[in-house]
Structure formats: structure tokens, C-alpha cells
Write a protein that binds this ligand. Structure first.
Ligand code: 5GP
Length: 187
């Protein structure tokens, strides 16, 4: 289970896992947020409307869900996670802090990894640099990030996301897998 403040690069680490570690199953969340350019339904998220999300939550089909940044809802489809775990395959959930706390209640054996930025200043820089959100949305996300940074001690381990490939490999090691050689393969 990978969590951490907004814009720390959880999504980038997840994308690197998807690209380099096919053996790791990545949970695909449902969200009421509209798709960004380049995002594919069923790959990055399942994009649903409010009524569909209500139905999933009400019928117990979500392992956890949360309103993130005070705006859109995000949740983890329960059945897929349970099936993958039953098969004994390594599974990764990339979710926000509120979701992580719910997973801790429901799945106490899960391993919790906190991805953190080299510094709060760097986090702010990444937050502004992404450029996909308007200024009001960025301010909202920054407030969330400050609160989330304070939650590090709730996690089993922390990984500093200085370099994405290095962070990914550290995560993979914690999952009990052997990291591939990330640097050489790109030279
Ligand atoms: P974004 O809109 O940038 O894709 O994601 C915003 C935040 O939602 C990220 O911090 C991400 O970790 C979180 N998130 C994505 N999927 C889930 C989920 O299934 N459950 C929860 N609780 N948070 C999620």
C-alpha cells in the first residue's frame, strides 16, 4: 500500500511499476474526477459518475473510499484486490491517506509505505510545476499535502522520492521482489 502527500509522485512511481514490473498488480481505482488528457478508462482509473459511485459504495463494493482534496471521490474496488491476493500475487494500492487508514482497519496485514518528497519546498515546487490544476485547486492540494506530511509515523516505512526509479526499486524491494537494474537499462 503506497500513500503519501499529493504531488509527491505516487502516480509517477505507480506508472514506473506498471512499465517495469509487470508481475506487480496495480489496483485501478474508481473516481468521479473527470479524466485528464492521456488518461484511459480502465487503465489509470475507472471514471464513473456520482450515481455510479454511490451505488458501488452503498453495495460494499469498495474496500475503501475517500473524498480527496475536498472535491472528487476515489475508491478501491474490493473484488479485484481480494482475487489477486487470493492468487498470492503481489498487489499495490496507490491511495490517499484517508484511504490508507481505512485499509489498515480492513486489512491489518497490509504493508504501508509512505512516499515523501525530499522537502516540503520541493513538494510545493512539484505541485505548481504540474500545471494541470488551476490556482484554487493547487491551494486546496497544498493544504491537503501539509496535513498528509504529518502522518508519516503511521506508516511501516518511508521512501524519499528523490529519483523515481530509485524510489520504485526501493518499494519493490520492500515488497520482497528483486529490483531490475534501472540505471544501466537506460544507458
Ligand atoms: P489524482 O486526481 O491526481 O489522480 O489523484 C488524487 C489523489 O487521489 C492522489 O493522492 C491519489 O493517491 C488518490 N487516490 C487515487 N485513487 C484512490 C483510491 O482508490 N482511494 C483513495 N482513498 N485515494 C485515491
Amino acid at each position: 500500500m503506497l500513500a503519501g502527500p499529493t504531488a509527491v509522485g505516487k502516480g509517477t512511481v505507480a506508472a514506473d511499476i506498471r512499465r517495469r514490473y509487470e508481475q506487480i498488480w496495480l489496483s485501478v481505482s474508481v473516481t468521479t474526477r473527470p479524466a485528464r488528457p492521456g488518461e484511459e478508462n480502465g487503465v489509470h482509473y475507472f471514471f464513473v459518475d456520482e450515481a455510479e459511485f454511490d451505488e458501488l459504495a452503498a453495495t460494499g463494493q469498495l474496500l475503501e473510499w475517500a473524498v480527496v482534496h475536498g472535491r472528487h471521490r476515489y475508491g478501491t474496488p474490493r473484488a479485484a484486490v481480494e482475487q489477486v491476493l487470493a492468487e498470492g500475487r503481489p498487489a499495490l494500492l496507490e491511495i490517499d491517506l484517508q484511504g490508507a487508514r481505512q485499509v489498515r482497519q480492513n486489512m491489518p496485514d497490509a504493508f504501508f509505505v509512505f512516499l515523501k518528497p525530499p522537502s516540503l519546498d520541493e513538494l510545493v515546487r512539484r505541485l505548481v510545476g504540474r500545471g494541470t490544476e488551476d490556482s484554487e485547486e493547487r491551494a486546496r492540494r497544498l493544504r491537503t499535502a501539509e496535513v498528509e506530511m504529518a502522518a508519516e509515523s503511521e506508516f511501516d516505512v518511508s521512501i524519499v522520492n528523490e529519483d523515481v526509479r530509485q524510489a520504485t526499486d526501493e518499494l519493490v524491494s520492500w515488497m520482497g521482489l528483486t529490483p531490475t537494474n534501472p540505471v544501466d537499462s537506460h544507458r
